[in-house]
Design a protein around this ligand. Structure first.
Ligand code: ATP
Length: 230
């Protein structure tokens, strides 16, 4: 279980995250929503240790990891799929997947399961990452994060700029991973319908603060879409 308590973060003098608290349970999908620029990516980067926080705690599996390096967090079982995918364009699909295993306690063999989740990656194993379509790159980025067998998967806008058929495939994989019951999923998403469909829990941010949260099944009756409509 992830427990974030009273997180504050600054970029220079700009107070970006304001007293943010949230939880993400194993076996559940926690969806983070909010308009552009409210601090969602900054929150996810803070969870991964990619930006320092000013104060607050980030507890993962009972341990405060708020001061741990990204490397230590990866070793602690946290996987991260960044916004914009950040795959290595000049490396092959296979090499990209191996990069996901660079610090893995699970060994250096690419798990065959990744190709079951995303069959296209097996077909394209020797293609360069940069030659893949946006949707294929997104699948590669997710597979790379899954390669070391994380217990928490953080995804930053996986549907951004991706064609509908691949969005459906990605949604199915995310649901399947959660249903296995051994992984917490934190999903930041602008595409409201996708978010609502997947959410077990939702968290809405505005100007760096959490302004609403609850079970995914209540998103419609609570009018959450209005809070995040652009
Ligand atoms: N490296 C940085 N240095 C200074 N300010 C930053 C930096 N990165 C983001 N910001 C600012 O922090 C605020 C929150 O940005 P963030 O990217 O976390 O928002 P977001 O909710 O993820 O938005 P989006 O949906 O557009 O990605 C914005 O005002 C942004 O301009």
């Amino acid at each position: 279980m992830l427990k974030v308590n009273n997180l504050h973060q600054y970029y220079g003098g700009s107070h970006i995250l304001r007293n943010v608290s949230l939880k993400a349970e194993i076996g559940k999908i926690t969806v983070l929503l909010g308009r552009n620029g409210v601090g969602k990516t900054t929150l996810l980067k803070s969870l991964m240790g990619l930006v320092p926080i000013r104060s607050g705690s980030i507890e993962w599996q009972g341990r405060d990891i708020a001061r741990s390096t990204p490397y230590e967090r990866a070793r602690a079982g946290i996987g991260y799929v960044p916004q914009g995918r950040e795959i290595f364009a000049r490396l092959t699909v296979e090499e990209n997947l191996r990069m996901g295993l660079a610090y893995s306690p699970a060994g250096t063999k690419i798990p065959a399961e990744l190709y079951e989740l995303f069959p296209v990656l097996q077909q394209m194993l020797h293609r360069r990452g940069g030659d893949l379509s946006g949707g294929q790159q997104q699948q590669l980025a997710i597979a790379r994060a899954l390669a070391p067998g994380p217990r928490m998967l953080i995804l930053d806008e996986p549907t951004e700029g991706i064609q509908p058929s691949i969005i459906k495939d990605i949604g199915r994989v995310i649901r399947m991973l959660a249903n296995r019951g051994d992984m917490a999923i934190v999903l930041c998403e602008q595409y409201y319908d996708f978010a609502e469909e997947l959410a077990d829990h939702y968290v809405v941010m505005e100007r760096g603060e959490v302004i609403a949260s609850g079970p995914g099944s209540e998103m419609q009756e609570k009018g959450i879409q209005r809070l995040v409509a652009i």
